[in-house]
Design a protein around this ligand. Structure first.
Ligand code: NOJ
Ligand code: CA
Length: 691
């Protein structure tokens, strides 16, 4: 009965769209139209260069209190232009231009509930969010979000399935049929029913997704400023891309959570704004990678003093545990001993690496259940090591593995952070190693609303102690680092560690050539590049599918202001000449650009060091050998630069000869072009120092 009722509403809605309220981007190329239908249903459409790219796509929220999808009237519309340039604390760019037009449509529902929709339109994309102003209804329980995107043309989407544990999966490309649906009735029924429980299928994808449209243009669909709401997921049904919010879980045990029957998605109190729903649309990959919409949609920095935040490279007592030559727990192969850490700290000092991470220094690794965050093992002398680090001018990166027990960790944050800060530790790597974590709300998806709140509490509390966070097993980044720049980097990726122990033998060469166009568009990544020895003596069935030059290329292609050089010091000494690139490459930039690339095939990035005149170029390829041309037009005209090029030797190959490389130097200017050959699974790196 209810279903039939909605069907008739939708048919009426299609016939009787009233005139839209519109807002265009500053250069006029992109126009978003908000549309209210005769029965008060809400939706929007988008044109780009005068072509419709998204046709009427319904909007709305279902709440336990009301179904906020129809019965609205417009109370007012406000438009504004905004143009400002802001300086990043650290980043891929020193200055970012926020240039957009906005439109806030204030709506009143027939039940007198007030809801605004704010649109922002940039030249390279648009975003919108739902806003609940202060009103007599003070809280809502969100059961579904009906945001949809009905693209007018088909696309191929790069994505990972929504239940990929902490996003550590291989991205794959699949056709998504978007555009007008043949059978609108069944489609509309589904949109209006909002029956997402049934839709949470194997086809549901994590956000973000990267789209290659049939006409050769690109799209990136994600969210921005996720503070207190479940992470979005996306699925395609009957021609529209739709939203599936990560549910709030109610079961008490992990087995009880395996079923999907969770009605509640979020609890909100007014005033409240949802995260931004964001779509980047560009003609080229270079423009897609250069888009800064997501950062612009986040609030400006809330930290009063950011002078203590320092982008840096670090090494760590880490890879040894993954290749299983060392252990986290105390024993004959214990990695984090005072002696070993001293060796790492002295090595770092000698090679200009600013910090050293130590995992397994604290008690609790025997059962992963009762971690002590301020109690070292007997063979770790924290007082001595922190004094030594201080004398050497090298920082210690702390490590807090929670094993998924976020609740206990959260309860103790103040004492944990004051312990670390009193030992001079200003960066902590956190870890959760469970897609379902225990929060103060019981067992929850880490990317559900409760998990999102936990991660934010960690960042905010850490900031009080001048501690920066490297969050492993995080919620997907959404640009929060603009507001809290002490959230410096995150995992949320199938990182290097998988090459040490993965049952499938390690990630295929292609994997690293997908990430710059997908996961890394969402934010900095702690992938941990820099392996210099690819065979694993303990698990010989695994290896890193890469040449040594590919590992160097990653330092430029993968952006992270905390960049780990993850291998053992002794492996670096075997190739000290190549390690020199890691010693010299910065991880904070003045400008960054994609020189050339193709998703899943290769990429070449060029970046200028922050407050420096020097440039760094990195390239990586998949299992195909390829030649790339890199015009040096980014260099200052008329100036001479010393180029040091680290490249695969002619006989290099990730399978047979990964350690074959050539290092050569020559003077160049902006009129020169580099012709570089990358081996199968190979890459290159270059420094260009102004003379
Ligand atoms: C998973 C993290 O990604 C990895 O870097 C860490 O070493 C282990 N958990 C142990 O915390
Ligand atoms: Ca991990």
């Amino acid at each position: 009965m209810k279903k039939f009722f909605y069907l008739s509403i939708f048919s009426a809605m299609l016939l009787a769209c009233t005139s839209p309220s519109e807002v265009s981007s500053p250069d006029g190329s992109l126009t978003v139209s908000f549309e209210l239908t005769a029965d008060g249903s809400i939706g929007y459409s988008v044109s780009r260069d005068e072509q419709k790219v998204i046709e009427f796509s319904p909007l709305g929220l279902l709440t336990e209190q009301q179904e906020l999808i129809r019965g609205f009237q417009i109370k007012g519309t406000k438009k504004k232009h905004h143009s400002s340039v802001w300086q990043t604390v650290w980043g891929e760019e020193k200055y970012i231009h926020d240039n957009h037009n906005s439109m806030v449509v204030s709506l009143e529902h027939e039940t007198h509930i007030l809801m605004d929709i704010e649109f922002r339109v940039f030249d390279d994309g648009f975003a919108f969010r739902y806003i609940f102003p202060e009103q007599s209804q003070q809280s809502f329980t969100i059961t579904d979000e009906l945001t949809s995107y009905r693209f007018t043309q088909g696309a191929e989407a790069w994505s990972i399935p929504w239940r990929t544990e902490y996003y550590e999966g291989l991205w794959s490309k699949r056709r998504v049929s978007t555009g007008r649906c043949a059978n609108r009735d069944s489609e509309c029924d589904e949109v209006l029913r909002g029956d997402n429980q049934a839709l949470c299928t194997a086809d549901t994808m994590c956000s973000p997704i990267t789209l290659e449209f049939a006409d050769g243009t690109y799209g990136f669909v994600h969210e921005a400023a996720l503070y207190d709401y479940p992470a979005q997921n996306l699925y395609v049904r009957d021609g529209a891309l739709r939203t599936y919010l990560t549910p709030w879980l109610t079961g008490q045990s992990v087995s009880a959570l395996k079923t999907e029957g969770c009605e509640v998605k979020a609890y909100i109190n007014t005033p409240f704004s949802t995260p931004w729903r964001m779509v980047i649309l560009t003609n080229t990959l270079r423009e897609l990678v250069a888009s800064r919409i997501m950062l612009n949609l986040n609030e400006p920095c809330r930290l009063e003093d950011t002078s203590w935040l320092r982008p840096m490279k670090f090494m760590g007592i880490w890879w040894g545990m993954h290749i299983k030559t060392m252990t986290w727990e105390q024993g004959p192969k214990h990695g984090a001993t005072t002696e070993n850490m001293e060796r790492y700290l002295r090595f770092a000092k000698e090679h200009g690496i600013q910090a050293v991470l130590a995992e397994g220094w604290n008690k609790g690794w025997e059962d992963w259940r009762h971690f002590e965050f301020s109690v070292p093992y007997d063979d770790w002398d924290m007082d001595y090591l922190s004094r030594l680090a201080d004398c050497l001018g090298v920082e210690i990166v702390g490590h807090n593995e929670t094993g998924g027990n976020a609740a206990d960790y959260e309860n103790d944050l103040d004492s944990i952070y004051s312990y670390h800060s009193s030992h001079g530790i200003h960066v902590i790597k956190t870890g959760y190693v469970s897609p379902v974590i225990r929060t103060s709300d019981g067992l929850q998806w880490n990317k559900g609303q409760s998990g999102v709140r936990h991660y934010r509490k960690v960042i905010e509390t850490a900031a009080k102690y001048r501690i920066a966070i490297d969050n492993h097993e995080p919620v997907m980044p959404t640009g929060l680092q603009r507001t809290y720049p002490n959230l410096m980097t995150q995992e949320g990726v199938r990182g290097q560690e998988w090459n040490a122990w993965s049952a499938d033998g390690g990630s295929p060469c292609e994997h690293v050539t997908v990430l710059p166009y997908t996961r890394i568009l969402a934010g900095p990544v702690d992938y941990t590049p820099g392996v210099f020895k690819f065979e694993n003596p303990v698990i010989p069935t695994t290896r890193v599918h890469s040449t040594l030059m590919n590992q160097l290329g990653l330092f430029v292609c993968f952006y992270s202001p905390l960049q780990m050089a993850c291998d053992l010091p002794e492996h670096y000494l075997e190739h000290a000449d190549a390690f020199r690139f890691i010693e010299s490459v910065p991880c904070d930039w003045e400008r960054s650009l994609l020189v050339d690339g193709k998703i899943g095939d290769f990429c070449v990035f060029a970046r200028q060091g922050r407050d420096s005149e020097n440039w760094y170029i990195g390239g990586i390829t998949d299992e195909e050998q390829r030649m790339v041309d890199v015009p040096l037009t980014m260099l200052e005209q008329g100036r001479r630069y010393m180029l040091t090029l680290y490249r695969d030797a002619d006989n290099a190959d990730w399978q047979t000869s990964p350690y074959e490389y050539v290092i050569e130097s020559t003077e160049v200017t902006s009129v020169d072009t580099l012709h570089v050959s990358m081996a199968r699974g190979g890459g290159f790196a270059a420094t260009l120092e102004i003379q």
